[in-house]
Design a protein around this ligand. Sequence first.
Ligand code: DUC
Ligand code: ZN
Ligand code: ZN
Length: 460
Amino acid sequence: MIRNGRIVTAADDFHGDIGIRGGRIAVLGQALPRGHREIDAEGRLVTPGGVDAHCHIDEPPYLNARLADDFRSASRSAACGGTTTFVPFINQLKGETLAAARDDYMRRAAPSLIDYGFHMILKADEPERIRTELPALLEAGLRSVKVFMTYDGYMMDDAQIMEIMEMVRAVDGIVMVHAENGHCAHHAVSKLHAQGRDGLSYFPETSPQAIEREAVHRAITLAELTDTRVMIVHVSGDEAMEQIRWSRARGHRTLAETCPQYLLDLEPHLHSDEWETAKYICSPPVRESARAGDLWRGLVQGDLDLVSSDHCPYRFEGDDGKKAFGEARLGQVPPGLPGLETRLPLLYQEGVATGRLTPQRFVELTATRPAQLYGLYPRKGSLMPGADADVVIWETGAPRPIRHADLHDACDYTPYEGHGVTAWPACTLSRGEVIWDAATGHVSDAHGRGQFIPGRRGEP
Ligand code: DUC
Ligand code: ZN
Ligand code: ZN
């Protein structure tokens, strides 16, 4: 029994108790009878566990660069940050069948502490394999794939993307699109190199908003032509968002995601050519326009559906992370920021504590909507009777600085070092089990208790 909390869901905000039985929510009410175990939530916020629908875990190395987190460390870190379900990517090895890649990721995920689903990243260089193998995987339950409009080996042409959209449409799944025009980005990098302007401070010039805006427009158009649900992932600025608004006004069901790194004002960290800048390099780049707050307005108005982390944990030190290629120059730094554990506290701080978002909208963006879109609702992202008892009890109070030393991932830095937050998960429950207790600093070591949750077909 979770007693006397301020219970916030995507719809409600009330004081009461939550009764849990057999790992599920049994009852919500007031003055409920005593439980076998009582958790005092007096004066505390209680929300559904977070659902992080975009994170990179244990993916194959990119040249010398290697992600620091496997499913053990990533799930531990997620739990301590209030996330009880994540949906990482299956990323196929060269020559591997798509089914073998899926089976491989099911094995890799076995030590997870929290529940999980999967999306699949599709690569450009094996169109025949996609053509022949993807329909069977979709039939077997895969609900979402990610395609890229940039990156060597990943960048697809429009026809290939349309073909994939048609396959995914057959199961009413979602095509996630990394929307940056790779041709334009390549051209910008070559030109900057030729001019000797290849320090890290030129990174924003390699992919300005126009490069994202054009790709978003194209992705939306391809989705319209194939009548497919498209998710524009990691929307970084107002220009991409304008395209999403435009397509919705025309009646299309375009979906969109952003991430904390695009909502906070990180762009000033890109002004130096020193290695330190590498800690803030992700694709698309963080934007100067974040200061204007347009993406926040998009979250309030519903132009954006969800906030994911895009956790991509390359270490800063060592020769297998941000410094893998040895030089602090354009094109030599693998893009990606860690953020699984900080996603919810940062969004709470910058959204709820500042008054930009209601607590309900915070829950909707970070738990309910991602669960709905990827077919995990109402088991996940909800506190309704029958749902999995995935619950976060929050501690709120004076600002506490984020310190990497206090986090639980396997990375060696956080881009948010020193950022003050006034809310932090005091206790995280997954299917009724306490997996994180901040009072004792204890994280469950029951690795392997996490379960694969198959995505249901279509939207609820
Ligand atoms: N961009 C991506 O597309 N993937 C991982 C990290 C990043 O910055
Ligand atoms: Zn991407
Ligand atoms: Zn990503």
